[in-house]
Design a protein around this ligand. Structure first.
Ligand code: NDP
Length: 313
């Protein structure tokens, strides 16, 4: 027989959205239980300096900021736990969430704040050399390749922004773009084109990341001519977008075609009564720490109103 625990308000995920929801839910007396997920603290724990979060006039390092969020949620009384939500059952009035493939939690209200993760190309060599020169975060890891040649794949605003960032640290940035144009905004494209140490490879894809124990080169394939060339680099950055962490909710929660959870405009409510969503898992537009925190606040307030209306609080 699997163990079951009953809680009032369950929060899944520990980025700015989850912790802010925990702060508000605690202060409202909902006694929230928060499971931190695979990456406690979320995406900000793999960034360096955050300069645009209000309240930190000198800026702050991402991991430190997330420690502050956690500390504040704990001080308000949130029950913060290690653990990953592995399955859900939202068929009944009481919402069931399985943790670590073992224990089931029954919750009156659930706040989903599982965030989004970087997308990968899916090459074996990319996976094997991840952390050994392959990275999905130029701002986190660019520093390690100061003065070196690096490559980056992607052509959106993130790729353009990261290529420009790398161009200031590295001797040359090889930017691999799969079509003959970039998706990035015009201003970012212009900046990339006007930066002398960024070389753009149009109509090109990464055939393989080369290197035994660390990245030594990338093999680039022109998808028009089929020609291949090897470019020696010390690092390979992947900037091809993000994937919302919403897979386990798929059978129950309405999402868009990319997997972002749909919320009722102006609220954090999902199609399932008593289940709310906040942060990057439901936001593909703003994706900022401050907007995630704001939506976490909305989710806690919506949860409290829902529980009151149901006579559960
Ligand atoms: P996007 O989805 O906008 O862009 C992803 C890019 O990666 C596209 O150019 C796409 O190519 C390319 N790509 C996807 N899959 C592959 C693949 N398998 N191989 C090669 N290339 C691939 O993601 P971003 O993260 O760049 O941006 C997400 C959102 O955030 C956007 O709305 C963006 O405007 C916004 N943003 C805004 C910023 C700002 O304003 N300062 C900064 C960063 C992001 P293709 O074009 O061919 O599909």
């Amino acid at each position: 027989m699997e163990a079951t625990e009953k809680v009032h308000c369950l929060i899944i995920g520990s980025g700015p959205a989850g912790y802010t929801a925990a702060i508000y839910a605690s202060r409202a007396g909902l006694k929230p239980v928060l499971y931190q997920g695979i990456q406690p603290g979320g995406q900000l724990t793999i960034t360096t300096e955050v300069e645009n979060y209000p309240g930190y006039p000198e800026g702050i390092m991402g991991p430190e900021m997330m420690q502050h969020f956690e500390k504040q949620a704990a001080r308000m009384g949130a029950d913060i736990r290690y653990g990953i939500a592995t399955k859900v059952d939202f068929s009944g009035p009481v919402h069931k969430v399985q943790i670590d493939e073992e224990k089931w939690i029954e919750a009156d209200a659930v706040i989903i704040s599982t965030g989004a993760s970087a997308k990968w190309l899916g090459l074996e060599s990319e996976q094997r050399l991840n952390g050994y020169g392959v990275s999905a975060c130029a701002v986190c890891d660019g520093f390690f390749f100061k003065g070196k040649e690096v490559a980056i794949v992607g052509a959106g605003d993130t790729a353009a922004e990261e290529a420009l960032y790398l161009s200031k640290i590295c001797s040359r940035v090889h930017m691999i773009v799969r079509r003959d144009e970039m998706r990035a905004s015009k201003v970012m494209q212009e900046r990339v084109k006007n930066t002398s140490n960024i070389t753009v490879y149009w109509n090109s894809e990464i055939d393989e990341v080369l290197g035994d124990k660390k990245v030594e080169a990338v093999r680039i394939r022109n998808n028009k001519s089929g020609d291949k060339q090897e470019v020696p680099v010390s690092a390979f950055f992947v900037a091809i977008g993000h994937q919302p962490n919403s897979d386990i909710f798929k059978p129950w929660i309405e999402m868009d075609e990319a997997g972002y959870i749909k919320t009722i405009p102006g609220s954090s409510r999902t199609n399932v009564e008593g289940v709310f969503a906040a942060g990057d898992v439901q936001d593909k537009i703003y994706r900022q720490a401050v907007t995630a925190a704001g939506s976490g606040c909305m989710a806690a307030l919506d949860a409290e109103r829902y529980l009151s209306a149901k006579g559960l609080h």
